[in-house]
Design a protein around this ligand. Sequence first.
Ligand SMILES: NC(=O)c1ccc[n+]([C@@H]2O[C@H](COP(=O)([O-])OP(=O)(O)OC[C@H]3O[C@@H](n4cnc5c(N)ncnc54)[C@H](OP(=O)(O)O)[C@@H]3O)[C@@H](O)[C@H]2O)c1
Length: 281
Amino acid sequence: MVNSKRIAILGAGNIGAALIGGILKTGVADREHLIATVRTAERAEELAAKYSITVTAGGNREAAQASELIILAVKPSTLPWVLEEIRDALRDDQILISLAAAVPIALIEKLIDRRMPIFRAMPNIPVVVEEGATAVASNAACTAVQRQLVENIFRAVGVVTFVEEDMMHAVTALSGSGPAYVYMVIEALIAGGLKMGLSREVSTRLSEQTVLGAAKLVRETMLHPAILKDQVITPGGVTISAIHELEKHGLRSMLISAIETATHHSQNLTRSLMAKFGKEG
Ligand SMILES: NC(=O)c1ccc[n+]([C@@H]2O[C@H](COP(=O)([O-])OP(=O)(O)OC[C@H]3O[C@@H](n4cnc5c(N)ncnc54)[C@H](OP(=O)(O)O)[C@@H]3O)[C@@H](O)[C@H]2O)c1
């Protein structure tokens, strides 16, 4: 299903490039309807060669002007300057989608000095392998049709869910940063296998597949993980002895606290951004 809207991806780094790949693969837009910008000429050449689309170094204003849907995929610290650059090129018939962590829609509205449909999305890094988890919030100017379009874009690179904007801090702490926690778990599982004498290769393959398979089982059975965990336990067996050890060290409590701390950190980042860029006048 090729969309007739022109899409600009401003800042095609890790996440932006993954979106280009997903959009082209699923036909949300074709090559002629997709344009991207980056900072350096080298990166522009690399992406243009890989995806056969127009990619420019800079040129955010021109890309925004030529598009109906503008995805802001630059880093949060760069976003105010990019918004400043494109502000006068924006029109009411366009849609903005910001991926910038901790940047609230209200601040974007203030920086562009207009009300228009704005979505704020929090993807995560597995979008690169089309297994991302993206949460999306929107302002009151967004319509159901626009919402569907935005859902199609992020569904091209994984699963999508809509949330109220005040939940974005928790989303950032859970799924935005979450891959890092899971990498630590995989790293530790590999180390455990190594310690017990498994080869590096065997330990790595078994660890990654265990995490992948366990997650797939949660999704496909729709059973609570506690039930699935119980199914692995044999009375007096190996698994319960390991679980006892994990409980002694507070594995679950540690992860809950990590998400709580990260949520508060995200809230503080937003407060700092609002203090710096959101002042009246
Ligand atoms: N990575 C994550 O796990 C993650 C998760 C959730 C949300 N996010 C959000 O997604 C956004 C992108 O993150 P990322 O990890 O993809 O960052 P990234 O890989 O650093 O990509 C940023 C891109 O912006 C380009 N850029 C810098 N200044 C520019 C300018 N003035 N005009 C146009 N392009 C410019 C850079 O170009 P060059 O390559 O030429 O330097 C780079 O390609 C961020 O706002 C982040 O908060 C990221």
